[in-house]
Design a protein around this ligand. Structure first.
Ligand SMILES: Nc1ncnc2c1ncn2[C@@H]1O[C@H](COP(=O)(O)OP(=O)(O)OP(=O)(O)O)[C@@H](O)[C@H]1O
Ligand SMILES: [Mg+2]
Length: 245
């Protein structure tokens, strides 16, 4: 198994709070992993640190992507290497129209086709995320990822606040981004998705899931099984189960 992403003994703090503690994770080429965990446990922190947002202090450990140590690489270098992210709460960008951002992300992208796929054509002329509803912001993030076509896609709660019809559209877009239309051995792209309720997993394919508690992974396994375990015995119960992390 070739690992696209490897996180080794990563400890990260922000302000005077240590958020990630000896965090370890490997994601193989062609795999999509789901990440569950209670509020404030460090899920967004993990994705932000992989993306290279500079406000965090990496105290220990390393992040290896495509065999390269990217722990101290700038955010734009990581994006160029093939890392993309849909943010939990992205900012609005005054003065930048969505259709122009698509061209900046990828001049070769077929903006009209992408907007149509996400049922988002009516938003092409609007400033990015400005005045968008919660669910519209999530579709805007997907539009940008479909333009970028990253090799590793990170999705921070892409389903939160999204209605029942659009959750299907978002699930399908994630399957496209992670090449679930190809046979498993032909897939080269990978992803990680943070979701609380897992409803989106009915519309997209996740290969493996992890439960994060107190800044590290405490349990890993099949997504449906992990989700039902959390529903049955809570996150703490999941930590006590025998699944190897
Ligand atoms: N600047 C900061 N100073 C101190 N603590 C911070 C700062 N920024 C974030 N934190 C804390 O880091 C912890 C991890 O936050 P994070 O956003 O990663 O959680 P999360 O698992 O994504 O939660 P949620 O499910 O609510 O999105 C939280 O307790 C948060 O309050
Ligand atoms: Mg979060």
């Amino acid at each position: 198994m070739v690992h696209l992403l490897e996180i080794v003994d990563l400890s990260v703090s922000i302000g005077n709070k240590q958020v990630l503690k000896n965090f370890n994770l490997k994601i193989g080429q062609g795999e999509t992993h789901a990440l569950f965990g209670p509020n404030g446990t460090g899920k967004t922190t993990l994705l932000n640190v992989i993306a290279g947002i500079p406000r965090y202090t990496v105290e220990e450990g390393r992040i290896v992507f495509k065999g390269k140590d990217i722990t101290h690489m700038s955010m734009d270098e990581r994006a160029r290497l093939g890392i993309g992210m849909a943010f939990q709460r992205p900012p609005a960008i005054r003065g930048l129209r969505l259709k122009d951002l698509i061209k900046i992300i990828n001049p070769k992208a077929d903006a009209q086709e992408i907007l149509k796929k996400m049922d988002f054509s009516a938003f092409a002329e609007r400033d990015v995320n400005r005045g968008f509803s919660g669910g519209e912001v999530k579709r805007s993030e997907m539009v940008q990822l479909l333009a970028q076509q990253p090799d590793f896609v990170m999705l921070d709660e892409p389903d939160s606040g999204v209605d029942l019809e659009n959750i299907k559209l978002i699930g399908e877009a994630i399957n496209t981004l992670t090449q679930k239309d190809l046979r498993p051995s032909a897939r080269t792209k990978s992803g990680i998705i943070i979701t609380h309720f897992g409803h989106i997993l009915e519309y997209m394919k996740a290969d493996r899931a992890h439960v994060m508690l107190g800044g590290s992974i405490v349990c890993s396994g099949n997504p449906a099984e992990i989700l039902s375990q959390i529903k049955k015995s809570g996150y703490e119960g999941c930590a006590a189960c025998l699944c190897p992390a």
